[in-house]
Every structure is written in structure tokens, then in C-alpha cells.
Design a protein around this ligand. Sequence first.
Ligand code: NAD
Length: 260
Amino acid sequence: MNLTGKTALITGAASGIGKRIAEVYAEHGAKVAIADINLDAANATAQAIERSGGRAVGVRMDVTDEHEVDAGVDAIAAHFGSVDILVSNAGIQIVNPVDTFSYADWKKLMAIHVDGAFLTTRACLRHMYAAGKGGAIIYMGSVHSKLASPLKAPYVTAKHGLIGLARVVAKEGAKHGVRANVICPGFVRTPLVEKQIPEQAREFGITEDEVIKNIMLKDTVDHEFTTLDDVATAALFYAGFPSNALTGQSMVVSHGWFMQ
Ligand code: NAD
């Protein structure tokens, strides 16, 4: 999979999964825009990629802010000459039972995952359609795009929703050569997951080891966490796949936690 000549915009790329995807895309020739609400961390990631010989730029982008997304995507297209790949990856997690979930937290989570996916998709499609060179849109779903867990109502709702969005974008984008797909990782040890371990231990009244063993990795085939490289390899495959044969799909990368 060679991404030379392509520009990739990756949201939430200052940390975790998005950061690793940016590094791997740069290693495979792409120019990468590290878009994140945390500009200092985005710039640090971009600088590290440039020091390793890649092309990268950090961009402050709150994916829930329509104007910031539109202006940021325009600036990236002007800086690198195109936007060919979008990885809509920015995300958060908030855990609570439905009956005590605050509406403010529900809206915050839905805004980042769903509104953010819509706004970045819309802004990138405008450039992709105008350039007429096709493109790849990749949504960071989750095993929770396929199944549910307690305490995660908005997350599960949002991640299921991304599959619907990808299917619509696949249908509309086809005549422009734009493909849309979803990656559905199992648990990866990023800050987002590290935070959940003590939270779930408290909520369920069990130890942190029990959260890992009896909840997070219980249904995997080998009791292993999914790694950053596992997810980045899947993201590289979707980005580099050359035709509309692979569009509107979702790929589960979860050590067999969910099998479809
Ligand atoms: P992370 O916390 O390491 O990184 C998330 C990044 O998103 C951070 O850099 C943060 O600053 C950024 N971000 C948060 N709100 C933002 C906003 N409004 N605008 C722009 N950037 C924002 O988390 P991660 O584990 O790497 O998660 C990345 C994606 O992968 C998320 O969509 C998450 O739901 C998904 N995911 C993670 C796992 C896992 O186990 N870690 C599993 C399945 C799916």
C-alpha cells in the first residue's frame, strides 16, 4: 500500500490510534495533517514525523465546530495541494448507566463522534469531488459498532451510527471514486481506555485486573489487547485500496471478540 502523492487528514491524531495511523501513513508516503483539539500535542506529533523524514502539519480542529472544520480542511488542502484521505477518528468515552446519564454528557459524546464525522466528511468531500481524483474516507468505529456493553449508551449509539453514515457516503461518493469504510477495533491501550479501567472497577465493584480479564478481554480468542499497529494496518489497507470494490464496509479488528 503506497500513499505517495496523497494527503491524509486524521482527526484526534495527537494521541493513541490516530497518532499511530498518522505515523504509518507518513511512513508509506502520505503527507499527513494531524488535526486535534490539542494543538500543542498535534504540533509535537507533526514535528516528530517530520524529524523522521515524513511530511506533516499540526492543525487545531475541534471536530464539533463547523467553522473550525471547514477552515481547517481548506487550510490543509491549500498547504498540501489536496485532501485525498480522511480518517474521522477523534473520540471520547463517558461511562454511566442510562438512567443516570446526564443529557449534557450524552450531547457532548454524540457531537464529537457523530457531528464530527459529518462535518469533517462534508468538508473533505467538497475538496475530493472538486479535484475529481477520488478519495478514501475511514471512520473509527468500534466493536461497539456491532454490539453493546452496559454503561456505554451514547458511545454504542454513535458507533453504530457511523456504519450508516459510511454506507450513505459510499453510495453518494461512488461516482466520484470516493470510498467510505469503518474500522471496528477491540480494546486498545490508549489514554481513552486507561481511563475506563478504574471507572469500570468502581462502577461494578471489582478490581482493575478483573475489568481487564472479565470484561475487556473476556470474549477475545487469545485474551490479548488489540494494538495500535493492528488498527493502523487496517487503516492503511482501506486508504490504499484502489477501487470501489471495497466500500460501505466495516472491518472488525478485535482478536475475535466479535466475529461477523
Ligand atoms: P485517545 O484519547 O488516545 O485520543 C483521542 C484524541 O481525540 C485525543 O488526541 C483528543 O485530544 C482528540 N479529541 C477529543 N475531542 C476532540 C474534538 N472535539 N476535536 C478534535 N479532537 C478531539 O483515544 P483513542 O483510544 O486513540 O481513540 C481514538 C478513536 O478510536 C475514538 O474514536 C475511539 O472511540 C476509537 N476506539 C478506541 C478504542 C480503544 O480501545 N482505545 C477501541 C475502539 C475504538
